[in-house]
Design a protein around this ligand. Structure first.
Ligand code: SF4
Length: 347
């Protein structure tokens, strides 16, 4: 199939079956396309839509995002995961606001924090109508199957091949529709579990379909056992129902979010309280929970300690503060911590 045929078939399919009413379309400004692309990097469209709408209602333009604190931005990101994306958005907005305009070149975009070649390609093609290829998860899957690439599509070799293919098929005309079309095809027809080849406009030349290999292409990531990290997290509550929360450092997991103090052992949690003259009048150990990150599993055991110390001490230079349950909704909390707090205050 020639690149022209590939594009024509995809565009004809898109005109009838593509998604034309996503909240970041009509008109597709660089700002909206950028925010949506960053949200979509690890998350599906249906999940992203309510987050996107709330985010845009609160930060309608670059200026409002640049002026917001990281805390406020993360509050609107909480639940989407991969929080570095939220922090990078805000950092990026400050750079663009200082620069005065959204960059409209590949070099200008990939210099910005959190914008890789594929996100830059999506912004350039959808918002600026400039012909640039993209290679997000959906496009990778379509092209891997179409070309019958047997290696895991995340390997260096496969990525090189896929960028070449993506560039080959990306048109000059209607590039904004083409980009949306190939993403839509991957999301709605060439799905991970069960591609619907019977309705696919590329079926007559698709190697995986013709060779009956859609179940094995794309190849899964070579297995590597994720390590497990064990920690205890302290739910220290006071007699007025407040709880001590800790702000995590800006980098690393749950960076910049509010969480609970962490310890390696129960003894170190107790010692920590003793050295701060915190009297514990009640304690219990809650069931262990697991939260999986892309590179390891975190097994955490919540320790619920209650103190009757009358004064609310501020600790570790304001990195730890007492909060009441009614204040939780205004805080950027890591999703598993939010769930744990809801459970704790329900009991
Ligand atoms: S024919 Fe099937 S496997 Fe090939 S691109 Fe279309 S949906 Fe995917």
């Amino acid at each position: 199939m020639t690149p022209n045929e590939f594009q024509d078939r995809l565009l004809a399919w898109f005109d009838i079956h593509g998604r034309h009413d996503l909240p970041w379309q009509n008109p597709a400004s660089p700002y909206k396309v950028w925010v949506s692309e960053v949200m979509l990097q690890q998350t599906q469209v249906a999940t992203v839509i309510p987050y996107f709408n709330a985010f845009i209602a609160r930060f309608p333009d670059i200026q409002s995002l640049a002026e917001a604190s990281v805390d406020t931005v993360l509050q609107y990101w909480a639940g989407l995961g991969y929080y570095a994306r939220g922090r990078n958005l805000q950092k990026c907005a400050q750079i663009i606001a200082a620069h005065g305009a959204f960059p409209d070149s590949l070099d200008g975009l990939v210099e910005l924090p959190g914008i890789g070649r594929s996100t830059a390609g999506a912004i350039l093609s959808i918002a600026f109508k400039k012909s640039h290829p993209i290679l997000d998860g959906n496009v990778k899957r379509v092209l891997t199957r179409f070309a019958g690439i047997c290696e895991w599509p995340g390997s260096t070799d496969a990525i090189k091949k896929l960028w070449k293919l993506s560039a080959l098929y990306t048109p000059v005309h209607r590039v904004e529709d083409y980009t949306q079309a190939i993403m839509d095809l991957g999301a709605t027809v060439c799905t991970r579990g069960k591609p619907n080849c019977a309705v696919c406009p590329l079926a007559s030349a698709c190697r995986a379909h013709l060779e009956n290999r859609t179940a094995t292409i794309p190849a899964p990531k070579p297995a590597r056992k994720s390590p497990v990290k064990q920690i205890y997290i302290l739910c220290l509550t006071a007699s007025d129902n407040s709880i001590l929360l800790e702000k995590r450092p800006g980098v690393g997991i749950w960076g910049g979010l509010w969480s609970l103090p962490e310890f390696d052992t129960i003894e170190s949690a107790r010692l920590w309280c003793i050295t701060r003259h915190i009297d514990i009048i009640y304690d219990r150990t809650l069931p262990q929970e697991r939260h999986s990150f892309s590179h390891y599993h975190l097994d955490f055991t919540p320790l619920h300690f209650q103190t009757n110390n009358p004064n609310h001490f501020v600790m570790e230079a304001n990195r730890m503060l007492w909060y009441k349950p009614e204040q939780f909704s205004s805080l950027a909390l890591a999703a598993p911590i939010k769930r744990l707090l809801q459970q704790l205050y329900k009991d």
